[in-house]
Design a protein around this ligand. Sequence first.
Ligand SMILES: O=C(O)C1=C[C@@H](OP(=O)(O)O)[C@@H](O)[C@H](O)C1
Ligand SMILES: C=C(OP(=O)(O)O)C(=O)O
Length: 439
Amino acid sequence: MTELHWPAPTATDPVDAVVTVPGSKSATNRALVLAALAAQPGYVRRPLRSRDSLLMADGLRALGVGVEDTLNSSSGVSGGGDAWRVLPGPLGGPARIDVGNAGTVMRFLPPVAALADGDIAFDGDPRSHERPLGGVIDALRALGARIEDGGRGALPLTVHGTGGLVGGTVTVDASSSSQFVSALLLSGPRFQHGVEVRHVGQPVPSLPHIRMTVEMLRAAGAQVDAPEDGGEPDVWRVTPGALLGRDVVVEPDLSNAAPFLAAALITGGTVTVRDWPERTSQPGDQLRDLFTRMGGSCELTEEGLRFTGTGRVHGIDADLHAVGELTPVVAAVAALADSPSTLSGIAHLRMHETDRLAALARELNALGGDVTETEDGLRIRPRPLHGGVFHTYEDHRLATAAAVLGLVVPGVEVENVATTAKTLPDFPDLWAGLLGAKG
Ligand SMILES: O=C(O)C1=C[C@@H](OP(=O)(O)O)[C@@H](O)[C@H](O)C1
Ligand SMILES: C=C(OP(=O)(O)O)C(=O)O
C-alpha cells in the first residue's frame, strides 16, 4: 500500500546540522538488567525509549521489578531529567514476556527468569523464532535451569524458575551472536557460584558489545575476568556478589549516528552528533575511522563529533565482524562510492532482524546497483542508482540505510519506515530536522 511508503527526502544542498541522537539501545538494555538485579534502587538516565527498550522494561516488570518513569528526579547528575527509576524486587512468575524481535531481550532475560520463582513464558515476533538462541538455552540448562522449548532450541520457550541458579562453568558456541556471552555474564553475579563462560567455535562477533557488558558489570561492582585484560582467550568469569543500585547516564546510540554522519559524507556537508563520548565501548565509535577512510574527516569538539564530507566517497575493504550492526549504512554509502567495496566477516548478519546480506543485495540491486553476496559479506560495485521502493523486512537499519540513499537518489520510497521504532523512535522527524536545520 502506497501510504506505507515513505518518500525519502532528497538533499538539495550539502547538509549542515547538529543532531541529538537518542540513547544507546545496547547500553539502555544492559543498564535495565543490571539495575533490576541490583541490591538497591537505581536510575537509568537519558534511556532510549524505543520498541526494544520498552520490551525490556516490560519484561522486567513482568518479573516483579519496578521500572518507573520519572521526569523530575533531582540528583544533580548530568543527564538528569528523563529517566527510569528501577526498583528491584523479588523475581517471580508466572509471567509472559514478549521479546518482539529484540536480540537483547530474547537473550538477556531467560537468565534473569532462571533466577525467578515460577514459570516464565517467552515469545515474540515470528522472526524471533528463527534467531539463534540454543546457546543460551543449553548453557542455562548446564548451569542448573529447567527450560521447555519443545526441542527447538529457540523461541517460544518457558523457563521454570526455582528462585536461583547454581551457576559455574559452561561452554558455549557464541559464533552466531555475542549476545549469548553477554546474557550469561549479566546475570552471573546472581548465580550461586557465579559463571565462567568458555566460548568454543568460530570467532565471536561484536566483541565491543561484550566489552560493554564487562565494563557495565564492573561499574555495578561485579568482579569480572576477561580475555582482553590478560585473561585466557575466549573465557569470561564473573564472581558471585551483590550488584550496586546506581545512577547511570546512557550515551547516545553511536550506531544510530551512522545515517546522520553518512549524510554529511555523501552530500559534502557537516553534521555534528552531540555528546559523542571521548571513550566508549560502543561499536559505533568505529564510524570515525570507517567514514574517514571513505572520504570524510572528523574532529571531537566540545559539542560532539563534527563530521565533514567532500561529497566524494571512496570504496572500502572492511572486515566488519566486530561492528556488524554498522553494515547496512556502510553498504548504502559504498553503493554511492567512486570505487568498489568488499565488506567481510559478517556472515552472522544472515540471522539478524532479517537476512541482512540478502536484503541489502536485493534492495540495492533493485535500485540499479551491482551487489553480490559472498560467503561472509558483500561485494559492492557502484552504479548510477535510480528511484524505487526499498523494502525493509522489518529491519530498522535497512530503513535508515534507504534514507541515506534517498538523500542523493531521487525517488527512493522506504517501505515501512515505522520499523525504525525498534531503536530510533521519530526517525522521520529527526531526518527532516537534519535537512531543515541549515547552519
Ligand atoms: O549486545 C548487544 O547489545 C548487541 C550485540 C550485537 O549482536 P550480535 O553479536 O548478535 O551481532 C549487535 O549486532 C546488536 O545490535 C546489539
Ligand atoms: C542486530 C541488531 O539487533 P538485536 O539487538 O535485535 O540483535 C541490531 O540492532 O542491529
